[in-house]
Ligand binder design. Sequence first.
Ligand code: MLT
Length: 200
Amino acid sequence: MMHHIYHEGKEGKPVLLLLHGTGGTEHDLLPIADMIDPEASILSVRGNVSENGMPRFFKRLREGVFDIEDLKFRTKELNEFIDEAANKYQFDRSNVIAIGYSNGANIAGSLLFHYKDALKAAILHHPMVPLRDHDLPDLTDTKVFIGAGENDPICPASETTDLTELLNAAGANVTTKWYNRGHQLIKEEVNDAKQWYSAL
Ligand code: MLT
């Protein structure tokens, strides 16, 4: 089991899988989930890796350079954790929608890159390409919202355009929105994600 919070929502509503950024906790994205869908169930997870005390979802060698072996291991661990949580809390495993920010968006992207049915949909705030030279599963019917900053020092614009192309090429239905900002998550972006979510 991973450290997490689970709140049961209204019957038939999706489970929002919340994945925080570097140095965050399972509490960080609760207000965002409440804005997106206050009736949804919540599975909010704390990353299992500690970088000098800062929780993350996988190791990195340095800023923007990922430890790919660890990324693969942690992606599998998270996917299995969602399976276990679905059993424990009796939610519909096929109705899980990720909301990730930064490092959390990157592990959500990695779930999409590795497992066909891990997520029904995903909201990725400021993601990067989790790994390159990798065959993606068939992602037909998977919907993805990507929010990106035009001046994001952590996440160059090419990461966003490459990620959009790779997911599209795998059959996913991707909506990418740009903001004249950096790496921070702004209200306008969450509002756009909410609008996108409402149309799912
Ligand atoms: C990562 O390491 O996943 C990215 O650089 C984003 C972050 O700093 O969390």
